[in-house]
Design a protein around this ligand. Structure first.
Ligand code: ZN
Length: 367
């Protein structure tokens, strides 16, 4: 075991003040918050133990007389803690060293409303987010510039207070988080004024996002690292964007297919006609063949929604709804009567109630 005086770098006749000063200097360099390496952590323990012994006059005297500290060897604290935990359950963060102020930031959830047009090909959005960002004044250190955290005098930087507890096994050492530094091992004596020592501030941030084509209401896009900054310079959480696709008056959606209805005057249905419709992505010529029936579906390939997974686009499905004229003048009625007399259509006849695709399409519009 290393000599306590050497560990602290003080003379054997050093005063209590000199020992304290030396310890503070070492602890500041080696503290896990500043120096996260495993080596530093081991050295920090050594330094802290040396200080524990030499700052206590009785223990220092014993140590000087050649007693190496017996059962109070710092390395054994952990074992005692483990035994204690095994038998009594819990015991908290016993002998685990100081906890870090750094924590991961919260995830954030934001709802994004999209028009169906934007869903077909995907879109780019600049989204304003009220969030936490790293404090620019202290860069997340929580300290006023030029200052740094001071080792806690109560726990000497360990973040824990050890005490002996009487138990079935006799006296065992247990530890609990230091109340003075709340287990951090350090105290921020001069907190950053900008962030009140939090290392982060509330701010409005703009997040640029490419929303892929084919998203649906309820779908969540994860943006790793775009959530809130963590306390004390901790890593950012994630941002989730929940999609909401606005209702469209004409077009609805069935997976990657787009659905709509075209109302066709009876005469066009009889004679046939090519007509231009305004789809969400431009004009389309729709061919109504002579004799087209109500409930027929005209499929326009590859004019639906771009697939979110896979490639290509769905189809545009147009349900035909033949509209019968309701008001005829005298002459028109005469013409239709002449037509009927000549055409000799069969009498109306019964068949199964129509539950064709068009009926389903219409249900979807209503739903
Ligand atoms: Zn700050």
């Amino acid at each position: 075991m290393a000599d306590h005086y050497e560990v602290l770098g003080v003379a054997r006749d050093a005063s209590v003040d000199e020992i304290k000063k030396a310890y503070r200097k070492k602890a500041r360099q080696l503290h896990p918050d500043v120096n996260p390496g495993a080596d530093a952590s081991e050295q920090f323990k050594l330094v802290t133990h040396a200080y524990d012994v030499l700052s206590n006059p009785q223990q220092r005297q014993k140590y000087d007389m050649g007693d190496q500290g017996g059962g109070f060897d710092g390395g054994n604290f952990g074992n005692f803690g483990d035994i204690f935990e095994t038998f009594f359950g819990g015991g908290g963060q016993s002998s685990r060293g100081p906890r870090s102020r750094r924590e991961r930031g919260q995830d954030a959830l934001l709802r994004v409303e999209l028009d169906l047009e934007e869903v077909i090909f995907g879109t780019h959005r600049e989204i304003e987010v009220d969030t936490a960002i790293v404090c620019e004044t202290c860069s997340g250190t929580c300290c006023q510039p030029g200052t740094s955290p001071v080792t806690c005098d109560i726990c000497h930087g360990t973040g824990n207070i050890q005490r002996a507890v009487r138990s079935l096994l006799g006296n065992v050492m247990t530890s609990s988080p230091c109340g003075s530094c709340r287990g951090y091992g350090t105290i921020i004596a001069t907190p950053c004024v900008t962030c009140q020592g939090q290392g982060r501030v509330r701010a409005r941030r703009t997040v640029a996002v490419d929303i892929p084509a084919g998203v649906e209401t309820g779908l969540r896009l994860q943006m790793p690292g775009s959530g809130e900054a963590g306390p004390a310079g901790g890593p950012n959480g994630d941002l989730y964007l929940e999609m909401k696709v606005r209702h469209h008056d004409v077009f609805s959606r069935d997976g990657d297919d787009l659905l709509c209805t075209i109302e066709v005057p009876m005469t066009d249905a009889i004679l046939g006609r090519t007509t231009t419709i305004k789809a969400l992505d431009g004009d389309i010529d729709v061919v109504l063949k002579p004799g087209v029936q109500s409930a027929e579906v005209i499929t326009i390939k590859d004019r639906g929604v771009t697939r979110l997974r896979g490639s290509g686009r769905g189809d545009l499905k147009i349900g035909v709804h033949v509209v019968t004229p309701t008001k005829l003048d005298h002459k028109e009625r005469e013409l239709i009567e002449q037509f009927a007399a000549r055409h000799k259509a069969p009498a109306p006849s019964l068949s199964h109630f129509q539950q064709g695709l068009f009926a389903k399409l219409r249900d979807r519009f209503i739903g």
